[in-house]
Design a protein around this ligand. Structure first.
Ligand SMILES: [Zn+2]
Length: 311
C-alpha cells in the first residue's frame, strides 16, 4: 500500500493512479441494435445536469458526426475493412447487454466483519482518506475473495451491506481473469468516476446509479477490473505492443490518447463482446470491433483467460 500511496501523491503521473476520468467520454457511436433496446430518454433525464446531460448532448453530436462520416456504420452492416481512426470514443458505452444484472454471478457470500481503519482513495477530495470502514468479506465460487470497504458515511452496517452486496454481485459477473488481482473494493458516495488498479476497484455510488440507469454497470466494471488484473502483465508486454502496431487503429479515442494506460482496458470489453456475447450485439458492432483490433483480439485469445461465469 505504501508504494501505491506514493505513486498517487499529487503531481504523480495520472496513469499511475489507475483512477481515470471517463466522464467526458462522448457517448458511444456504434450498435444501432443496442440503441434500439435502449429506452427512450425523457426530458427529465436530459435535465439532470452535470456530466449526464453533457454526455447525452455530446452523444447526439457524436451520432450526427457518425451519420455523416461513418457511412459503413450508419448505412449498412459492412464497416470500413481497414479503419484508419478509432470507431468509438469510449468502449463502456458500446452495448449495455454484454453483461446484464440477470446474468449469473460467482458471488457466494458476503459477510460483515466489523469496522476497522482502512485507507481508501476518495475522488471527491482527490486524495487518500483513512476511515473506520464497514468491512465485508466477499467470497466467490472460483475461490477468489475480496474485502469490500464501505465508507462509514453510509451510516449503518446494514446500509453498507446493501451497497456491498450490490457491487460484489456485479463484480461476481465478471470473468475470473478480471477478478484475479482485485483484493479490495472501495465504496464511497458521490458522483465521481470509478477507478481500477491498485489491486482494487473504486466505486462512487452516485456515479454507479447513473451506470445502472444506463445498463452499463457491469460493462464499466469490466473496464476497471481489466486495469486491475491485466494491465500489469500486458499493457507493455511485447506481444501487446506488437498487436497495437499491427492493428489498423485503436478501438477508441480514449485508448488512442492513452495508449499505455487505457488500451488494454478499453479493448477488453469489445473483445469479450465479440468472443463471448456475439449473440447479444449487432453484426455491425461485431464487424466494427473485429476490423479495428484483430491482432489485439488474437492476443487475448492466446492468453486462454479464465472466463467463468461468462463462458
Ligand atoms: Zn480506464
Amino acid at each position: 500500500m505504501r508504494k501505491l500511496k506514493e505513486s498517487l501523491k499529487p503531481g504523480a503521473p495520472a496513469d499511475l493512479a489507475g483512477v481515470h476520468d471517463l466522464r467526458h467520454d462522448p457517448f458511444r457511436r456504434g450498435s444501432r441494435a443496442s440503441a434500439r433496446r435502449r429506452p427512450a430518454r425523457t426530458a427529465s433525464e436530459f435535465g439532470r445536469g452535470g456530466w449526464f446531460a453533457t454526455r447525452f448532448g455530446v452523444g447526439a453530436l457524436s451520432a450526427g458526426l457518425c451519420a455523416a462520416a461513418c457511412s459503413g456504420d450508419a448505412a449498412g452492416p459492412e464497416p470500413d475493412p481497414a479503419p484508419t481512426s478509432p470507431p468509438f470514443a469510449g468502449t463502456i458505452f458500446i452495448d449495455p447487454d454484454i453483461i446484464t444484472p440477470t446474468d449469473p454471478t460467482t458471488l457466494l457470500e458476503l459477510s460483515y466483519v466489523g469496522q476497522e481503519s482502512r485507507t481508501m482513495f476518495d475522488r471527491r477530495v482527490d486524495d487518500w482518506v483513512t476511515v473506520s470502514a464497514y468491512l465485508f468479506d466477499a467470497s466467490f465460487s472460483d475461490g477468489l475473495t475480496i474485502e469490500v470497504q464501505v465508507n462509514p458515511e453510509f451510516g449503518t452496517s446494514a446500509a453498507g451491506q446493501t451497497a456491498a452486496e450490490l457491487y460484489a454481485a456485479a463484480i461476481g459477473r465478471l470473468p475470473t481473469a478480471l477478478r484475479r488481482d482485485v483484493r479490495t473494493v472501495w465504496i464511497h458516495q458521490g458522483v465521481q468516476p470509478f477507478g481500477g488498479g491498485n489491486d482494487n476497484i473504486l466505486i462512487h455510488t452516485g456515479q454507479a446509479d447513473l451506470y445502472v440507469a444506463d445498463g452499463i454497470l457491469e460493462e464499466t466494471l469490466v473496464h476497471e477490473a481489466a486495469h486491475t488484473s491485466l494491465d500489469a502483465s500486458h499493457a507493455t508486454a511485447p506481444g501487446w505492443l506488437a498487436a497495437q502496431a499491427a492493428d489498423p487503429t485503436f478501438i477508441s479515442t480514449y485508448a488512442r490518447d492513452h495508449p499505455t494506460r487505457e488500451d488494454v482496458a478499453e479493448s477488453f470489453l469489445p473483445y469479450l463482446a465479440v468472443r463471448y456475447r456475439a449473440d447479444r450485439i449487432s453484426a455491425s458492432l461485431r464487424a466494427t470491433i473485429e476490423a479495428a483490433i484483430p491482432n489485439r483480439i488474437a492476443y487475448f485469445d492466446g492468453l486462454a483467460l479464465e472466463m467463468d461465469p461468462i463462458d
